[in-house]
Design a protein. Structure first.
Length: 241
């Protein structure tokens, strides 16, 4: 499929400059409002502006059907969904109203500007290459969830190349059992069209997040049963259940 060259190139250039300015603004605000609040005061607006410049049309469906305590952030949850694009995390940050944070790879913390600002936002970094460190990060995540912080994770473990749903890994579901919070399945439609894996050319198109019904750990025998139910729920939301 032909993708225009000049427009996405210009948006990447100006978007990169705007990112540097947004990160500086976050750090300037941090002494006054705290790092996390500074992030949420700046990042969603930067992301929405960049998405608009690329022609990405964000949509959120099913949110109003969630319990009020989840919508208002009064009860923490673990959002789990499919992953097809590098744009998934920022577009979710700018679209989900409850200010969840991500479990991110440790390497991202070392990326200039991007790593600095998500460190300010108190994302949870995990070192997948060191088993002990990974377990410690998951324990930190459980503590944060119990304290009221919702998180987002992509249980496939990597981006899908063709849009098909990959098997879910089990970590998020053990975490849900340990923290005693529901899993909220969601399906991302349009990520593959916006920015497929292996290319930098962004295509302006709809990007839709479809939210499903919460799955309570107490309704399942063990994390594996919860994992299977969540994978089936995401597959159904994608329309290939």
């Amino acid at each position: 499929m032909h993708r225009p060259f000049l427009q996405p190139m210009l948006v990447w250039v100006f978007g990169g400059l705007a990112l540097a300015l947004a990160v500086c603004l976050c750090f300037l605000l941090t002494p006054f409002v705290g790092g996390r609040r500074a992030f949420w005061l700046v990042a969603p607006y930067y992301i929405r502006g960049t998405a608009w410049a690329f022609g990405i049309r964000r949509e959120l469906a099913g949110w109003e059907e969630l319990p009020a305590e989840v919508r208002k952030g009064a009860r923490s949850v673990i959002f789990v969904g499919n992953h097809t694009s590098l744009f998934d995390p920022p577009l979710m940050i700018s679209t989900l109203p409850s200010h969840p944070v991500f479990i991110a790879k440790r390497e991202l913390a070392r990326v200039p500007f991007l790593g600095w600002v998500i460190w300010l936002a108190e994302f949870i970094f995990i070192d997948r290459d060191r088993h002990g460190a990974a377990r410690q990060s998951l324990q930190e995540a459980a503590d944060r969830i119990r304290a009221g912080q919702s998180i987002v994770t992509f249980p496939e473990g990597t981006r899908s190349r063709d849009g098909g749903l990959l098997p879910f890994k089990k970590g998020a579901f053990h975490l849900a059992f340990e923290a005693g919070v529901p899993v909220v399945p969601l399906a991302i439609h349009g990520g593959l069209e916006v920015l497929p894996r292996g290319t930098w050319r962004v295509k302006g198109s709809p990007y839709r997040i479809q939210v499903g019904k919460p799955l309570e750990p107490r309704d399942f025998a063990d994390p594996e049963a919860l994992r299977q139910a969540a994978e089936s729920a995401v597959r159904e939301l994608l329309g290939n259940g």
